[in-house]
Design a protein around this ligand. Structure first.
Ligand SMILES: Cc1cc2nc3c(=O)[nH]c(=O)nc-3n(C[C@H](O)[C@H](O)[C@H](O)COP(=O)(O)OP(=O)(O)OC[C@H]3O[C@@H](n4cnc5c(N)ncnc54)[C@H](O)[C@@H]3O)c2cc1C
Length: 256
């Protein structure tokens, strides 16, 4: 089974972000980057499917030079090879623009299965996997926690709301958007890190792929949330604090 996993590099979750002087993005020099969380789960699902059914796992990422770091991380965890779409213009590409890049690079590979994360941790549009399926002409399903290969194709477990799950079947080739939390993530071993250095990473540019950007402006500007509320701690014993609270509710909030 040939499986391609779309992985995105995003700012680390606890990064202290600052807005750049133009007010259109964050100061990238301040932050560390990491593999998007749901993409790590997509990679884990792909590696487990390969362990059960054989085949090849290829990771693909679009992004500037630094995106090579998440490709190497995935190769160290066990992916067989990587494709790096070198693109510095992702600020002008929405989910359609990125999906066009991914589809152009994926099509010639003729994969059996394409996995994406459910959504990115930075922009969080949650669209790229679904649009990619449309561009490739493959059936798709999202919010996937578990994948089984059957005689007819795939049987997948989807997460619904309030603890409900849905099980559906779909034929191959297909695109799945993977939800976080379905598996235990593996770490890269020392041997894996060494082996990754010898694995192939093919580079392609947006120009070579002939993938148009999209006419949508994804971000007009970004700003920090305005602080509108504050918390007051009422000091003293519980009796004193509740008396002070009643006073405030009566004379400041005027709700008593
Ligand atoms: C100023 C600016 C700078 C930006 N710089 C970057 C950047 O350096 N790198 C970057 O990746 N994006 C960058 N972006 C964001 C980029 O435009 C978004 O990736 C794109 O709009 C898709 O939206 P999303 O990430 O919310 O996708 P979602 O639809 O939430 O992503 C779902 C899944 O699609 C896949 N996916 C999404 N993007 C990629 C990708 N690039 N490569 C491989 N798989 C992917 C992943 O599996 C992901 O989990 C920038 C945006 C702006 C405005």
């Amino acid at each position: 089974m040939k499986i391609i996993v779309a992985i995105k590099q995003v700012p680390e979750r606890d990064a202290q972000v600052r807005i750049d002087p133009v007010g259109k993005w964050i100061e990238e020099l301040d932050v560390q980057f990491a593999l998007n969380e749901s993409d790590a789960y997509a990679l884990e699902e792909a590696l487990q499917l390969k362990e059960k059914h054989g085949g090849e796992v290829i990771v693909i990422s679009a992004g500037p030079e630094r995106a090579g770091q998440v490709i190497r991380e995935a190769l160290a965890k066990g992916a067989d090879r990587g494709i790096h779409i070198e693109a510095d213009d992702l600020g002008s590409r929405d989910a359609l623009g990125v999906a066009r890049l991914l589809a152009a690079a994926i099509q010639p590979e003729n994969p059996d299965l394409v996995l994406a994360g459910l959504q990115s941790e930075d922009l969080g549009l949650g669209q790229t996997g679904v649009i990619l399926a449309e561009l490739l002409g493959f059936p798709h399903s999202s919010l996937i926690l578990h994948v089984d290969v059957t005689a007819k194709g795939l049987k997948v477990k989807r997460e619904l709301e309030e603890g409900w799950f849905q099980s559906i079947e779909l034929p191959l080739p297909a695109v799945l958007a993977i939800q976080s939390g379905g598996n235990k993530l593996r770490y890269a071993t020392l041997m894996g890190i060494k082996r990754a250095k010898t694995k192939e990473v093919r580079r392609a540019s947006a120009g070579e792929l002939g993938a148009d950007a999209s006419p949508v402006v994804i971000l007009e500007g970004i700003s920090l949330p305005q602080k509108q509320r504050s918390t007051q701690i009422l000091p003293g014993s519980p009796k004193e604090a509740s008396a002070a609270l009643v006073e405030k509710l009566r004379f400041e909030a005027r709700v008593l």
